[in-house]
Design a protein. Structure first.
Ligand code: DGL
Length: 278
């Protein structure tokens, strides 16, 4: 690994503001870290785009984060993690650490199954069309444990619904109920929330399942994973240094985004436009 310094920021990116749920979890777990967030709002949603387009966007954004001296790049989007992780990793090489949001979740499922002595027989995954079509969760889980069945369901209405601020209300409950009662998700022993927007509707999903189905939320798992990886590379930023900074960029600025960001990051945010496509 190239000479990296713990004071360098962690860079995160997503198609929009969903990845802020991951940024928030990292900030809570590692309050000393500097963070730079990039939301590619010019190309939202990623869920419907081709793998080639996602790879193209991801490389350009990774370059932006490298230009901003990030020591680690977190692909805080399941769709981009599913379709562009290897491409980004090859592109970055030894210039920074790269983390996706799928491996930590897969690890959590496999570890839990060991703890539960093989009681996890069927795992459900919900995500964008791109993520579900890639079949990446199933591939990675079955690679290690063939006896776990993985059943994916694309839930494309959830992202626009959440982006519009429709959660914890009658409409969101109806949409969530209609998706989660589909036969594909019958008799699951755990559900992967395979999209970085979904932590915002986690309570509603929990209510629907009445606590019977454990929900695997990428944000918490990724924060833990990031912490361990930085520790391993001796890149954790230590307490007592200057106050950390948080910077938030979008590729296409509109007022609407700023309004919703607060509920995703739990703190008032000032969005800046980074004109990387203009
Ligand atoms: N946040 C993205 C993800 O985790 C989904 C949003 C989109 O479709 O752009 O997959």
């Amino acid at each position: 690994m190239k000479q990296l310094d713990s004071n360098q920021p962690i860079g995160l990116f997503d198609s929009g503001i969903g990845g802020l749920t991951v940024a928030k979890a990292i900030k809570e777990k590692l309050p000393e870290e500097n963070l730079i967030y990039f939301g590619d709002t010019a190309h939202l949603p990623y869920g419907d785009k081709s793998p080639d387009s996602i790879k193209y966007y991801a490389i350009r954004i990774a370059q932006f984060l490298l230009d901003n001296k990030c020591k680690m790049i977190v692909i805080a989007c399941n769709t981009a993690s599913a379709l562009a992780y290897d491409t980004v990793k090859d592109f970055i090489g030894k210039r920074a650490l790269v983390v996706n949001v799928i491996d930590p979740v897969v690890k959590k499922i496999l570890d839990s199954n060991v703890k539960l002595r093989g009681k996890i027989k069927k795992v459900g995954v919900i995500g964008t069309k791109g993520t579900i079509k890639s079949g990446i969760h199933a591939r990675k889980i079955v690679e290690v444990n063939k006896s776990i069945e993985v059943s994916g369901l694309a839930t494309p209405l959830l992202v626009p619904m959440i982006e519009e601020g429709f959660f914890n209300n009658k409409i969101s409950r109806t949409v969530i109920n209609s998706y989660l009662t589909r036969p594909k998700l019958n008799h699951i022993d755990a559900l992967i929330l395979g999209c970085t927007h979904y932590p915002l509707i986690k309570n509603e999903i929990e209510e629907l399942y009445k606590g019977r189905v454990p929900l695997i939320d990428a944000a918490d798992e990724v924060a833990e994973f990031v912490s361990q990886k930085l520790k391993k590379h001796k890149l954790l930023r230590l307490r007592g240094r200057k106050k950390p900074f948080y910077r938030f960029y979008v590729s296409d600025y509109t007022d609407g985004f700023e309004k919703n960001t607060n509920s995703f990051f739990n703190q008032k945010i000032k969005l800046e436009e980074a004109r990387i496509w203009k």
